[in-house]
Design a protein around this ligand. Structure first.
Ligand code: GDP
Ligand code: MN
Length: 377
């Protein structure tokens, strides 16, 4: 999931002709002041923190300014914020428009229907989660014809628009639809979409690029900084590896078993710190690589929970034993294993010969892992 900051989302919107306020990004207070003095953003203006979390309006991360000095002060205050755990590094300055109504429009994927869905609500400007369901209109959109004239008219009705704004909506929806499809997004959201005079303006932009299409968007490579350095290496090696806050490493296979394993450790008072999903990996080299990556995260203990369906237990065990040999003595950690399924006996034997006991019962093995992590921490 590549979530774009508002200004990047607006760049996408601009490309497709969605009407936007005039705006400019600044990284320092003096830059903010200069942006206003140069006239590229007219006064009065809005100064907005460029963070990925929502609720900025309520959280003091959106401010208004009537002069260049005020814009500077607003930028200074916002750039000093840590908004919901994220340090603010940029602000977006925009002309402050006299807004009439605030509306909500989004296109996203309805995974249950397996179709894009157009979501509209006349109650914009607040988080959509807090809007009464009856006030939200959802229309599935067939991807081949795209947003039809009928659906666009129905959207206008749900938003209570007629005349100029309704006409503006028609073009805006087509532009959003194009952006949704052509930019490989899983969400394009405008909240609020504001009625300004006889037209509409997108005051906010939320755009999320599909992860699986990220390779088609080198332009966003630099902003994918939500990964830790180890996660970045893992991604390059196509290893599913995620770092959390705890201290127990988890190696499992398949997303379902991996998640369940994290839950079980938590249940017994453990704190998973990094997890690795081997998926259907049946290549000892890959298992070794993955394990060495996990070792670099310095877990207090590692819990290996493998169910050999397609994956063979002996292959995983072999890769693991090979990897353990490569971890320097001083960096070793206790390993608790539970491997079941395809070629289980061979796998258990390989582990045993390397000094690792496989505990067949899930509860006892998870408890052993939690205890091991406590012991070595
Ligand atoms: P969010 O709270 O993080 O979603 O940030 P938004 O971009 O949605 O801004 C929050 C609120 O600030 C909006 O709902 C508007 O009420 C207000 N706002 C943002 N831009 C403008 C503007 O250009 N003019 C006016 N009058 N209000 C604005
Ligand atoms: Mn918003």
């Amino acid at each position: 999931m590549v979530k774009l900051a508002e200004w990047r989302g607006k760049e996408v919107f601009r490309k497709y002709g969605v009407p936007l306020p005039r705006g400019h990004v600044a990284r320092t207070p003096s830059e903010a002041e200069a942006v206003v003095r140069s006239g590229s953003v007219p006064l009065p203006c809005v100064v907005k923190a460029q963070v990925l979390a929502g609720g900025r309006g309520k959280g003091g991360a959106v401010r208004f300014a009537n002069t260049a000095e005020e814009a500077r002060a607003a930028a200074e205050a916002i750039l000093a914020l840590e908004f919901k755990g994220e340090r603010v590094k940029e602000v977006l300055l925009e002309e402050k428009l006299p807004i009439g109504k605030e509306l909500y429009v989004a296109i996203t994927l309805d995974r249950a229907r397996r179709l894009p869905v157009l979501i509209t609500s006349a109650q914009g400007g607040v988080e959509i989660e807090s809007v009464d369901d009856a006030a939200i209109e959802r229309q599935p959109v067939h991807p081949f014809p795209g947003l039809t004239a009928y659906e666009r008219r129905r959207a206008a009705r749900s938003l209570g628009l007629s005349g100029g704004p309704a006409k503006a909506l028609d073009g805006l929806l087509l532009a959003l639809w194009k952006a949704f499809q052509q930019e490989d997004t899983e969400l394009v959201e405008v909240n609020p979409l504001a009625v300004v005079g006889d037209g509409l303006v997108a005051l906010d932009a939320k755009v999320i690029i599909e992860d699986d299409a990220a390779f088609r968007h080198p332009e966003y490579a630099e902003i994918r900084d939500d990964r830790t350095p180890l996660e970045e290496i893992a991604r390059e090696k196509e290893i599913a590896f995620v770092q959390l806050d705890g201290n127990i490493g988890v190696i499992a296979n398949g997303a379902g078993l991996t998640m369940a394993t994290l839950d079980v450790l938590k249940e017994f008072g453990g704190n998973p710190g990094v997890f690795l999903d081997l998926g259907g990996t049946d290549d000892p080299k890959k298992v070794t690589e993955a394990f060495l990556l996990m070792a670099q995260a310095k877990p207090a203990a590692v819990f290996l929970n493998i169910f050999g369906g397609v994956t063979r237990c002996d292959t995983v065990a072999r890769g693991l034993v090979e990897a353990m040999r490569q971890v320097p003595e001083s960096e070793r950690f206790p390993l608790v294993a539970r491997i079941r399924g395809n070629n289980e006996a061979e796998g258990i034997e390989i582990l045993r010969s390397a000094g690792v006991t496989s505990v067949p019962d899930l509860k006892s093995s998870a408890q052993a892992a939690v205890a091991a992590a406590r012991g070595s921490a």
